[in-house]
Design a protein around this ligand. Structure first.
Ligand code: 5GP
Length: 193
């Protein structure tokens, strides 16, 4: 099988034939995740929140974030349809895996890797609110603030980024690249879309 991921040095990679370079390294990400975890620990003291990770992209962020939360908390997952192998949002969202937990009366914290148009998050929030939780908040590692099509309340944001395609730290390009510990951005001269 031909490799889709080629590591050139510690700053650049080729993924599915396109060149990407580091935009946030692992240390920068981990520092911010620790800050978010500390804030969430204070805000949810005594509330035993349930973290709802959005598969697949948020799994790595969720795992690191949970380790920085110093209060009782639970976890469950929801899965939505994704971009497939594309770099731009299709705008079509479907639920592929439902939440197993009963959210009635619970403090729900949705954990997302990236909010782009906001359509997926709006869809998820509708699902959450339909189950009568006590509260619903959102934590996202990344927010593409220029790409917003629908406004959704983002309570905790790791980093605000420009409208560029990113991979690594759980985020994929056609299912590869999720295992990279750093975040990479498509080199501008490579992106003619
Ligand atoms: P939205 O519905 O907000 O347009 O898109 C949200 C979902 O699209 C994210 O959960 C993520 O799976 C995917 N997505 C959005 N932007 C990017 C990106 O730059 N890189 C990757 N790999 N996925 C993205």
């Amino acid at each position: 099988m031909t490799a889709n991921l080629l590591l050139h040095d510690d700053r650049t990679i080729t993924l599915r034939g396109e060149r990407f370079s580091v935009c946030m390294d692992s240390e920068m990400i981990q520092n911010r995740v620790a800050e978010l975890g500390a804030r969430i620990s204070v805000d949810y003291e005594g509330k035993r929140p349930i973290l709802i990770g959005v598969l697949n992209g948020a799994f790595m962020f969720l795992a690191d974030l949970m380790k920085k939360i110093r209060i009782d908390c639970e976890v469950d997952f929801v899965k939505l349809s994704s971009y497939g192998a594309e770099k731009i949002s299709s705008g079509v969202v479907r639920e592929l895996k439902k939440i197993d937990a009963d959210l009635e009366g619970r403090h729900v914290l949705v954990v997302e890797d990236i909010v782009d148009t906001g359509l997926s998050m709006q869809y998820i929030l509708d699902i959450m609110h339909s189950q009568n939780p006590e509260s619903v908040k959102v934590v996202t590692l990344l927010h593409k603030y220029e790409a917003t099509e629908v406004h959704v309340q983002l309570d905790y944001v790791g980093f605000r980024i420009k409208n560029q395609f990113v991979v690594g730290y759980g985020l994929d390009y056609g299912q590869v690249g999720r295992n990279l510990p750093d975040l990479y951005v498509l080199d501008p001269h490579e992106d003619d879309s």
